[in-house]
Design a protein around this ligand. Sequence first.
Ligand SMILES: Nc1ncnc2c1ncn2[C@@H]1O[C@H](COP(=O)(O)OP(=O)(O)OP(=O)(O)O)[C@@H](O)[C@H]1O
Length: 245
Amino acid sequence: MTLVLNKVSRSFDGVAAVKDVHLKVEKGEIVGLLGTSGCGKSTLLRTISGLDTGYDGVIEINEKTSKQVNEETGFIFQEPRLLPWLNVLENVMFGLEGKRAEKLDKANHILQSVGLAGKENLYPKELSGGMAQRVAIARSLVTSPEILLLDEPFSALDAFTKMQLQDFLLDVWKKYHTTMILVTHDIDEALYLCDRVVILRGQPGEIVEELKVEEARPRNRGSEQLAQLKSDILTALDLNKQSVY
Ligand SMILES: Nc1ncnc2c1ncn2[C@@H]1O[C@H](COP(=O)(O)OP(=O)(O)OP(=O)(O)O)[C@@H](O)[C@H]1O
């Protein structure tokens, strides 16, 4: 098991944000965390990454517990957070340690492997939103994280770019089999990408349901199976109301 959360709770100033979360994630799984605003999805992701250590309970990554920033994890935010004074290659090299030649080699390799060859010398202001987010993902992958934590990574993008980036993420997964935890508000995105969708509800947020998405990839975004799962998720979120009009 790559990741285990055992009875994880987090409060801020005595107010509970998440409560008694149990979650197990297998190596190479893509797991979606879905829930309405404020149910603690980002809080959970931050505790897993070690960016937030003020939680109760136990988090194990590869059977080790640590309340430090977990080097096994990479974090992708909603916005790319590239350094504007560095070009694409330098941004990807930024988080690496070691000799410059080795860093260059690794950064060039990852850029090549995720289809960004030829973009090395561009600066962030010259990139589209989608391209910048690809670079952010490459910057994270270059450190070979065991688990990629993605906090609404495509929510700032237009619908078409978003779909392209979802396919980009699946290409990355095919190459590296990186375990991924994806926080999203977008049910279609969760169903297109994830092996399993975990639904949180309430304040404090608690896991209320988990659904497996059995459909083989590449998935058909309009399939009946995904439509049925979407309906199940809306019901679990209490959003599948029949019209009374
Ligand atoms: N640093 C903090 N200090 C105080 N309260 C916080 C802090 N971080 C989160 N919270 C509170 O914890 C609860 C959960 O927040 P969180 O951002 O994890 O929810 P979320 O499900 O990710 O929401 P959204 O979907 O809107 O991003 C909220 O009530 C929020 O106000």
